[in-house]
Design a protein around this ligand. Structure first.
Ligand SMILES: Cc1cc2nc3c(=O)[nH]c(=O)nc-3n(C[C@H](O)[C@H](O)[C@H](O)COP(=O)(O)OP(=O)(O)OC[C@H]3O[C@@H](n4cnc5c(N)ncnc54)[C@H](O)[C@@H]3O)c2cc1C
Length: 380
């Protein structure tokens, strides 16, 4: 079996892995990025706040649409329309986004290999990993000083290192034709009918709508998405499938953020593999890329423990707040109703949007976060 030597191995070529590999290569660290399937398209709404595009080094060419408004529907069907005056939501298509980001990592010097990580063979000062090539099925070994595991919800690296899996929110989604839909608006529908502890969404690109739903109970996914589409598009689900579907419905899991393991010695976990999806909004692209960058920075400094410190300083408070909202507020329909109606107030809209659209971890954004939370506490 061939044995390749590199300073850093990145497992998984989604946004987290591509950002980690790019950052490692920029630090002149020899890097291999393993992606098991370069033609893979992750089921995802692909929405990224405009303020994050330059920060993350994402080329504008992958933006399929700029959404300028969101409409949030309460369990009782009340709606709140919000103009995103502080920015836009950029809608991307995930295959295009991921392959573009991997291309940037490769241009910076990372070596991208289409192979599947199978297991860690040995761990210690150096880590030996076993992988299988996609083209000929051959197994080979990679010995590295560091590993950044970005293999998403497969958790293959974490399992091989003996870690348990987190809890999940379950999703189902499809791409639909964008007929009769306002391409400037993202919709979020709350309430048990539309979702449990999550929401149903419509995110418009220029040539497709991403339509989906999240749920705590995977057995409810199919009936919930069918009911949502029928109500929203006022059509029978069979007609929607026949006339409007561009892709099949695909189920997928989102990790619930809770006590993540940042690193086991020289193996670091980033992106979904490190649970970095924001509770309630389920925004993961930004946080997965930032975690990949921070993990790479810690590796470059020769200090893997720095990753947890940097992440905690920048984002932990937001994740704790949103976890509390998820846990306490989304569990009761009346609370969701009042929480959404609270957003009819201009100042609450501004606070919520500042939080969502502007990612700088400044004192003022944190204070507005707490300000929003205080409004919510009043209704508990
Ligand atoms: C339905 C849905 C809608 C979403 N919508 C949004 C949204 O609109 N905006 C947003 O910000 N977030 C959204 N998210 C969350 C977002 O998709 C994820 O948080 C993000 O993709 C995480 O990036 P990642 O790189 O950590 O993992 P992934 O994107 O899952 O990438 C992991 C990569 O690792 C590869 N891989 C897996 N196992 C192995 C292995 N053993 N060896 C080699 N390679 C491997 C996979 O092929 C994949 O390319 C959504 C999630 C879902 C499920």
């Amino acid at each position: 079996m061939n044995n390749i030597r590199t300073q850093a191995l990145v497992i998984g070529g989604g946004p987290a892995g591509a950002a980690a590999a790019r950052s490692l290569a920029e630090h002149n660290i020899s890097t291999i990025l393993l992606e098991r399937d370069l033609s893979y398209t992750k089921p995802c709404g692909g929405a990224i706040p405009s303020s994050a595009i330059a920060e993350l080094g994402i080329p504008e060419s992958v933006i399929r649409n700029h959404v300028t408004k969101i409409k949030v529907f309460s369990p009782k069907g009340e709606s709140v329309a919000i103009d995103l005056s502080g920015g836009t939501f950029c809608i991307t298509e995930r295959h295009e986004l991921d392959s573009t980001l991997r291309g940037i990592a490769s241009d910076k010097g990372a070596k991208v290999i289409e192979s599947e990580f199978l297991r860690f063979e040995s761990r210690g000062k150096q880590v030996t990993s076993v992988a299988r090539r996609r083209d000929n099925g051959e197994e080979f070994k990679i010995t590295s000083d560091y590993v950044i595991a970005c293999d998403g919800i497969t958790f293959r690296a974490a399992a091989s290192a003996g870690l348990p899996k987190p809890g999940f929110v379950y999703t189902i989604s499809a791409y639909l034709k964008p007929e009769d839909y306002n391409s400037d608006t993202c919709e979020f529908w709350f309430g048990d009918e539309n979702s449990m502890l999550s929401y149903s969404w419509i995110f418009p690109a220029s040539d497709f709508l991403s339509v989906g739903t999240g749920n705590e109970d995977p057995r409810l996914l199919t009936s919930t998405i069918s009911g949502f589409m029928e109500r929203r598009f006022k059509m029978d689900i069979n007609d929607i499938r026949k006339d409007r579907f561009i892709s099949k419905m695909r189920a997928f899991r989102i990790p619930v953020w809770n006590k993540p393991v940042y690193n086991l010695d020289n193996i670091l976990f980033a992106g979904d593999a490190g649970y970095t999806v924001m509770p309630v909004s389920y925004e993961g692209i930004y946080y997965s890329m930032k975690s990949g960058e921070l993990a790479a920075k810690a590796v470059a400094a020769g200090c893997p423990g720095q990753y947890k410190k940097d992440w905690t300083r920048a984002y932990r408070a937001r994740f704790i707040m949103m976890s509390m909202i998820r846990k306490h507020l989304l569990k009761k329909t009346d609370n969701i109703e009042r929480w959404i109606l609270l957003h009819q107030r201009k100042e609450v809209q501004e606070m919520a949007m500042r939080l969502w659209l502007r990612k700088e971890a400044s004192r003022s954004s944190l204070l507005s976060y707490i300000g929003l939370f205080r409004h919510i506490i009043k209704i508990w």
